[in-house]
Design a protein around this ligand. Structure first.
Ligand SMILES: Cc1cc2nc3c(=O)[nH]c(=O)nc-3n(C[C@H](O)[C@H](O)[C@H](O)COP(=O)(O)O)c2cc1C
Length: 210
């Protein structure tokens, strides 16, 4: 496992039901190879094959609502319900999240590619022509008519890594609809088609932050 820029090999040990972290006893002999990353374009090309949904992560800062299109989003744990999103250090939305301590993830519907592109821009007021309402706890924008799901989160941890920050949030409230999601794959927006997926993960839940 790599920690920061210095490769540190660790092992995880189960001891009395607890997980313990210790230096590994066996590590690669050629440690210099662990400092040489792959070429950036090869990395981006490989990772572009990892298909994902598209979420607009929103928060508020002193100037008002803010939001950014993201794909670097994933579930971390369900006990407690937690997720993470990685944001560039230049992101205004990241500033809003650090100011308020909260954020909302808005998972876009298949026909909302326009919003995905819009929130990838740097317009000063991205919410001027968008229908939204404030979330219950932090007042972060909820794009209720444009999403297949949304969730409101409280920041639990923010970790710097290179030019990004990994934001871990405890999920306070969540809502799921019945539409099909917008996808991102090989640097293009798209939709489920070949699977004939309706996107319906089960009964809709209109409680919570909607
Ligand atoms: C499909 C797509 C996915 C993106 N995913 C991320 C992401 O996961 N993290 C990130 O920091 N920026 C991501 N971006 C770029 C941000 O949306 C962009 O930098 C945006 O302008 C940030 O807005 P802000 O500065 O108002 O927060 C993505 C852009 C696109 C088009």
């Amino acid at each position: 496992m790599l920690v920061d820029d210095s490769p540190i090999w660790i092992r995880l040990l189960h001891a009395g039901g607890q997980m313990r972290v210790e230096p590994a006893t066996v590590a690669p002999t050629d440690r210099s190879a662990l400092h040489t990353p792959v070429d950036g374009e090869r990395f981006r090309s490989a990772l572009s094959c990892f298909a994902s949904g598209v979420a607009v992560v929103t928060s508020v800062d002193g100037a008002g609502p803010c939001g950014a299109t993201t794909t670097a989003l994933c579930s971390v744990s369900d006990r407690p319900p937690s997720l993470l999103v990685c944001l560039n250090s230049s992101s205004r939305t990241l500033s809003g999240i650090t100011e308020t301590g909260g954020f909302v993830i808005n998972v876009l519907r298949a026909d909302r590619e326009g919003l995905g592109r819009h929130f990838a821009g740097k317009a000063p007021d991205k919410f001027a022509d968008v229908t939204w309402r404030r979330s219950g706890r932090f007042g972060a924008p909820v794009l209720a008519g444009d999403v297949v799901a949304h969730a409101e989160c409280a920041v639990r941890q923010i970790t710097a890594l290179a030019d990004h920050y990994i934001v871990v949030g405890l999920v306070l409230d969540a809502w799921t609809g019945g539409e099909s999601p917008l996808l991102y794959y090989r640097r293009e927006f798209g939709q489920f088609g070949q699977f004939g997926v309706s996107g319906d993960p089960g009964p809709a839940d209109h409680g919570g932050v909607r």
